[in-house]
Write a protein that binds this ligand. Structure first.
Ligand code: ASP
Length: 285
């Protein structure tokens, strides 16, 4: 084992929390961050930790990812996810996915397979079948509260992790934006837009995907780390750049090459939980 101090941060999506679910969302983030941190503490990889944390968030119906995903204009779930390791710039992503319980796990299989970076729609399902990856009934991903809601839903999830070997990884998973057109793909599975990791830093973004894509926000934030900003400064500057160019709203979490954590948002809320030096989980919203 090497001597790097591991760190991890997760987010539960940027946007207003209009109901009384903030405490439960923070709890969900804490459970996910601690699941990932345990892997890091035992010497596991940032990639495995980021995947495990996002699985925990996808399985929590409060968040707009996996079970509990928001619905498109046809009332169906279509999910996007990406995972990236700084080491070798390895990346895997899936988009417009309908019948997979944990999209981040399939994204990881795309990464491990190594032939492609992003598989979408029917092609992603065919890939899942070719590797005997279990599919689920799409109806099982729809929770009652989603059927009833007609305002926009947020709650995309993400994780960035730094392991004992000094390696970084980022992962993001989402049901996208409420009432989107079928086939719409957001920023989350697009490498450099919603998700990015290289040797200078790793980032997961959340917010209005159409704006995040246009400014290539995750890559922008990593460039700011490379330019010497600390992670919180880089988060603030990436948000400033987004606002200047698109007047839009978003949030992001990031870790730099030293394992230092940062996050920022220009929305009213973005539940986050992070664990660093002392192993104690800290939450913020
Ligand atoms: N960025 C996601 C998307 O546009 C949504 C979100 O973060 O809430 O698909």
């Amino acid at each position: 084992m090497s001597d790097f101090q591991p760190s991890i941060i997760v987010h539960g999506g940027a946007g207003p929390v209009k109901d009384d679910s903030l405490a439960a969302r923070l709890d969900g983030c804490k459970v996910a961050a601690l699941a990932g941190y345990e892997i890091l503490r035992l010497g596991g990889s940032a990639l495995d930790a980021a995947e495990a944390a996002v699985v925990a968030l996808e399985d929590n119906p409060l968040f707009n990812a996996g079970t509990g995903s928001t619905l498109n204009s046809l009332g169906q779930v279509e999910m996007d996810a990406a995972i990236m390791a700084a080491d070798g710039l390895r990346a895997g992503a899936v988009a417009a996915l309908k019948a997979i319980k944990n999209p981040i796990k399939l994204a990881r299989r795309v990464l491990d397979d190594g032939r492609h970076v992003l598989l979408a729609g029917e092609g992603a399902s065919l890939f899942a079948r070719s590797i005997d990856f279990p599919e689920c009934d799409p109806a099982s991903l729809i929770v009652a509260s989603e059927k009833q809601r007609w305002d926009s839903k947020h709650g995309t999830v993400g994780c960035v992790a730094f392991d004992r070997h000094g390696q970084l990884a980022a992962a993001t998973s989402t049901g996208g934006i409420f009432n989107k057109l079928p086939g719409r793909v957001g920023d989350s599975p697009l490498i450099g837009c919603g998700t990015y990791a290289n040797k200078f830093g790793a980032v997961s973004c959340t917010g209005y995907g159409e704006a995040i894509m246009r400014v290539v926000m995750a890559r922008d934030a990593v460039q700011l780390l490379q330019d010497g900003l600390d992670p919180n400064e880089a988060a603030a500057m990436a948000l400033e750049n987004l606002v200047e160019l698109t007047a839009s709203t978003a949030g992001l979490i990031l870790i730099d090459a030293h394992g230092r954590i940062g996050f920022g948002r220009n929305t009213t809320h973005m539940p986050v939980c992070y664990v660093a030096e002392n192993g104690v989980a800290q939450v913020a919203s």
